[in-house]
Design a protein around this ligand. Structure first.
Ligand code: S3P
Length: 179
């Protein structure tokens, strides 16, 4: 880790269905930090849901909204930031997050991800005739980006509370002073 970094925040990255939002909320509660979710911030600033943005403006426009939001997040302090699954694929987004946050990636296998997301309908990228194949190919394509995180945590065999404890431990170890 570069000494030029100043860790004020904790960012959670990872594929859809790895628990970034639920674990992020638990961690923020424990740290007494604010919690933000990039998808929720985009939805509230545009007044549209993520599926509406994809349908009406397309994925490229959504990625531009994400990139703009990432720049704004640099002003945050004491915040747990849960990110959309595709956000760190843009190297500039990841580089920006790393200037102010410890970046933790939550990981799960394609099978586990499918099990978690199969009953949900709010993710346009998984509206596919073969969602399992889509998960496999997207995850393989994104793996190099996810591996750029400071810390990688497998969520598969642990409860959300246990994963949250691991994230907290990693974050506290990375801070010069305990929060
Ligand atoms: C996306 C993940 C979603 C959301 C959008 C695109 C992706 O967020 O940003 O549907 O590209 O993986 P979650 O990871 O919170 O589901």
């Amino acid at each position: 880790m570069s000494t030029a970094r100043s860790i004020q925040n904790l960012a959670l990255i990872g594929f859809m269905g790895t628990g970034k939002t639920s674990i992020g909320r638990l961690v923020a509660e424990q740290l007494h930090y604010d919690f933000v979710d990039t998808d929720e911030l985009i939805e509230s600033s545009t007044g549209r849901t993520i599926p509406e943005i994809f349908a009406q403006q397309g994925e490229v426009a959504f990625r531009q909204l994400e990139a703009r939001l990432v720049e704004e997040l640099a002003a945050r302090m004491r915040t747990v930031i849960s990110t959309g699954g595709g956000l760190p694929v843009n190297p500039a987004n990841l580089a920006s997050l790393k200037t102010h946050a410890l970046v933790v990636c939550l990981w799960a296998s394609p099978e586990k991800i499918f099990e978690r997301v199969r009953a949900q309908t709010h993710r346009p990228l998984l509206h596919d005739p073969d969602p399992m194949a889509k998960i496999r190919s997207l995850l393989a394509a994104r793996e190099p980006a996810y591996r750029q995180a400071d810390v990688l945590i497998n969520t598969e065999l642990r409860s959300a509370r246990e994963v949250a404890q691991q994230v907290l431990h990693q974050f506290r170890s990375a801070l010069p002073d305990q929060p």
